[in-house]
Design a protein around this ligand. Structure first.
Ligand code: ZN
Length: 172
C-alpha cells in the first residue's frame, strides 16, 4: 500500500527510478522524494508564470517608444548583453573554476552565448520569445546586432528572472 503513496507523490517525475529506489531502500528516501517533487512543482510554476506573463514592456515597445524610461530600459539591457556585462558565471575577473553554467550542469562556460543561445534550462523561454530551442552563433550575433531587440529583450527579462530564482532558491 505504501507503494501507492509513493506513486502518487512521485508521478510528476518523468521516470520512475526514484520510486523504485524508494521501494528498495525503505522510507528514508520518501521524504527526499517528496521534497524533490515539491521543488520540481515549484520550478514548473515559476517557469510557467514567467512564460505566461503578459509583459507590459511588450505592449509599450510595440505601441510607441515615446517613453524615455522604457527606451532607457531596453537600451540598457541590449547594452549589457552586447557588452558581456551581465553577471553571468563567466567573467575574466573570476576564477576559471566558477565559469561553468550552474543551471544545466553540462560543463559549459556560462557566457552570453550560452545564456542567450543554448543553455537547455532556458530553452522554453527561447521557444516562446525567439522561436527556437537554441540559436546558432550567427543567429545570436544577429539578435545582438539588433535584428529584433524587442524579442531579445523579452527573452532576457524572463530568462534572467528564472535564472535568479534558481540561484536564489537552490543556490545552484
Ligand atoms: Zn547552462
Amino acid at each position: 500500500m505504501s507503494n501507492n503513496r509513493a506513486l502518487r507523490s512521485g508521478d510528476r517525475l518523468e521516470n520512475g527510478s526514484l520510486i523504485n529506489l524508494q521501494a528498495l531502500t525503505g522510507e528514508s528516501l520518501l521524504e527526499k522524494e517528496r521534497r524533490l517533487s515539491e521543488m520540481i512543482l515549484q520550478l514548473q510554476m515559476v517557469r510557467d508564470q514567467l512564460l505566461n506573463q503578459q509583459q507590459l514592456h511588450t505592449k509599450v515597445h510595440r505601441g510607441n517608444r515615446n517613453s524615455f524610461d522604457e527606451m532607457k530600459c531596453l537600451v540598457g539591457v541590449i547594452f549589457k548583453l552586447r557588452g558581456q556585462l551581465l553577471n553571468l558565471n563567466f567573467n575574466v575577473a573570476r576564477d576559471e573554476a566558477v565559469h561553468l553554467c550552474s543551471m544545466c550542469n553540462q560543463f559549459a562556460v556560462e557566457d552570453t552565448f550560452h545564456y542567450v543561445s543554448v543553455c537547455p534550462v532556458l530553452s522554453e523561454f527561447r521557444v516562446r520569445w525567439l522561436g527556437k530551442k537554441a540559436l546558432s552563433e550567427s543567429e545570436c550575433i544577429e539578435y545582438l546586432n539588433g535584428s529584433d531587440w524587442d524579442k531579445l529583450y523579452n527573452y532576457h527579462m524572463r530568462a534572467w528572472k528564472y535564472r535568479s530564482f534558481l540561484i536564489q532558491e537552490y543556490n545552484t
